[in-house]
Design a protein around this ligand. Structure first.
Ligand SMILES: C[S@@+](CC[C@H](N)C(=O)[O-])C[C@H]1O[C@@H](n2cnc3c(N)ncnc32)[C@H](O)[C@@H]1O
Length: 247
């Protein structure tokens, strides 16, 4: 497929004009679209339409979804209980990813220090944060003001975490890519292909014991995973469990 044909196809899939052409087959790249940074990822093996979709995060949309769920009276679930979310709570989101959980914490009034080790994911988060701080809605700007994002490994950030003095450290790493019945959402499918190999449960708990002593760590896991010795309390949803780990 020539680059021109490829780009035309990409424009059709996206239904947008591409300002810059970052890609050839099997490559990746960033481009700005409608004022938002997008990361293009094309799977080497399968040049399918879905693999052209760029990755981009948007806190405004995430807040809107949470507003809709609240209006419909949907229960916010076990995460709210696990982190005792309120206006006074300070949370380190040590594995920020697409920022969805961070958005949830901000929505419920918390102050958040978010850490992300992957530079590409971090770039997208920074851009999303910039747009949220400049949003036309005061509520979105206020929530964004309660967030700080840094490019760092949570297990190598003791100074920043100590300075922030969190009530909880929340961790939702990618566990070794599990076979799931339901298809994971787009972000997770791309993450599974581009990110550093995730740690096993045992390795991850060792890192918590080594680097997060004295903190209340809330670890997101599947309900199927055994709890292990450090778990102090558990808050389970349908498929997910939030374990309070005291290292
Ligand atoms: C499953 S995703 C997190 C999803 C996130 N909770 C959300 O709502 O989108 C895992 C993310 O954590 C990051 N990550 C994994 N281990 C990390 C570590 N030790 N320090 C910082 N970030 C880490 C990965 O790069 C990835 O972006």
């Amino acid at each position: 497929m020539s680059e021109q044909v490829f780009l035309q196809h990409l424009e059709e899939v996206l239904d947008q004009k591409i300002e810059r052409a970052p890609l050839a087959k099997g490559q990746t790249g960033f481009a700005f679209f409608n004022g938002a940074l997008q990361y293009f990822f094309v799977d080497k093996e399968s040049l399918t339409a879905s693999s052209y979709r760029p990755l981009s995060f948007d806190f405004g949309s995430m807040f809107e979804i949470l507003e809709q769920q609240k209006r419909k009276g949907l229960s916010p679930g076990p995460l709210l209980k696990a982190l005792k979310l309120s206006k006074k709570v300070k949370i380190v989101d040590g594995t920020c990813g697409s920022g969805e959980d961070t958005a949830f914490f901000l929505f419920h009034g918390a102050k958040v220090l978010a850490l992300e080790r992957d530079p590409r994911v971090f770039a997208l988060l920074l851009d999303a944060h910039r747009r949220a701080r400049e949003d036309s809605q005061a509520l979105v700007r206020e929530r964004a003001e309660r967030l700080e994002i840094i490019h760092a490994d949570v297990f190598n950030s003791s100074c920043a975490i100590e300075k922030f003095a969190p009530d909880f450290v929340y961790l939702d790493p990618m566990w070794e890519f599990e076979q799931r019945k339901a298809l994971p959402r787009k972000e997770m499918k791309i993450f599974a292909q581009i990110l550093q190999r995730p740690l096993s449960q045992e390795e991850f708990l060792q890192e918590i014991k080594r680097h997060l002593v004295g903190y209340k760590v809330v670890l997101k896991r599947s309900r199927k995973h055994p709890k292990g010795p450090l778990v102090n309390a558990s808050y389970a949803g349908k498929t997910t469990r939030y374990d309070l780990v005291l290292a």
